[in-house]
Design a protein around this ligand. Sequence first.
Ligand SMILES: CC(C)(COP(=O)(O)OP(=O)(O)OC[C@H]1O[C@@H](n2cnc3c(N)ncnc32)[C@H](O[C@H]2O[C@H](COP(=O)(O)OP(=O)(O)OP(=O)(O)O)[C@@H](O)[C@H]2O)[C@@H]1O)[C@@H](O)C(=O)NCCC(=O)NCCS
Ligand SMILES: Nc1ncnc2[nH]cnc12
Length: 285
Amino acid sequence: MKHLPQTHADEMAGWLAQVATACLIDEARLTPKPGLVDSRGSGAHHDLTLALMERSAHSLTPAFRYMAEHSWLRPADIALRETVGRLGRDGEQAMMAATGGVNTHRGAIWALGLLVSAVAMLGGSASGDVVTACAARLARLPDSAAPKGFSKGLRATHRYQVPGAREEAQQGFPHVTRLALPQLRASRARGAAETEARLDALMAIMTSLSDTCVLNRAGLEGLEAMQRGARAVLDAGGTAQPAGREALARLDADMLARNASPGGAADLLAATLFLDRTSLPQAAH
Ligand SMILES: CC(C)(COP(=O)(O)OP(=O)(O)OC[C@H]1O[C@@H](n2cnc3c(N)ncnc32)[C@H](O[C@H]2O[C@H](COP(=O)(O)OP(=O)(O)OP(=O)(O)O)[C@@H](O)[C@H]2O)[C@@H]1O)[C@@H](O)C(=O)NCCC(=O)NCCS
Ligand SMILES: Nc1ncnc2[nH]cnc12
């Protein structure tokens, strides 16, 4: 059978989906991460393993691809928001089928789904700030088919009066653009190895995120311990330095003792890696 030539949009959609999946796998494999699943083990989780995280990541490639295809050169309007919402929920179902009902990547589907769509809306290339602003516009639009129930994340944001995953996207992913990406690049520029630069970027997110996973498992005290511990790692010169590495080991032990896992911060690290790989350099001001 003769194959029709793929269009540029099709190729780009396939590429964006592959990059998003690779970023989820890179995040999961990054080691040592405090409280999280990594190549050492399950962190503070009893129902997650690295193999499960990787299976979950692969199950999401088609959803990311459909999001990119449907968003290609489209404006941010309610019709697109509802399409992306439906595809995101289909992605959640694919994830649940792949993991036997364990929530591995719900927050990541939200963050990466919006960013994949935004890059596609912009025709495949734009600077990180333009991409996140576009994703934020989409996230602020209403989706009439969105589930009306009370999620764990919503419960935490109401109880502690803090922003959660929804607000992070609606504000243009400030933890990615203002903290993680600058830290990733600064650590690389200082000569840190790629693993250390990524761990430093994760620490930068954890210094300030109100991670609803940590709030649900360990309360406000757990969240403050996470933010303080991550700040101590960066203040010690980052994970490329022996003192930073020791501070990271202390933070890991503390997160495990509190049964806390910063799953939201991990999702935003994957989003950071995605923007680092797909966006054009910022225009000079
Ligand atoms: C808008 C949605 C993201 C829904 O958000 P909401 O807060 O209402 O609901 P949650 O179901 O709690 O999901 C939020 C997940 O987002 C991550 N997260 C947490 N804090 C933040 C933050 N401040 N900024 C960004 N992201 C954040 C986090 O995801 C990770 O943790 C997950 C594991 O969580 P959970 O199962 O709750 O925790 P465990 O401790 O493992 O449970 P137990 O063992 O104790 O039982 C894991 O998935 C990580 O990814 C939060 O969980 C959005 O989902 C939505 O509206 N979707 C609808 C479809 C849609 O419109 N899509 C459009 C674009 S694709
Ligand atoms: N590495 C990880 N461990 C636990 N939860 C996560 N959610 C996203 N990435 C995660």
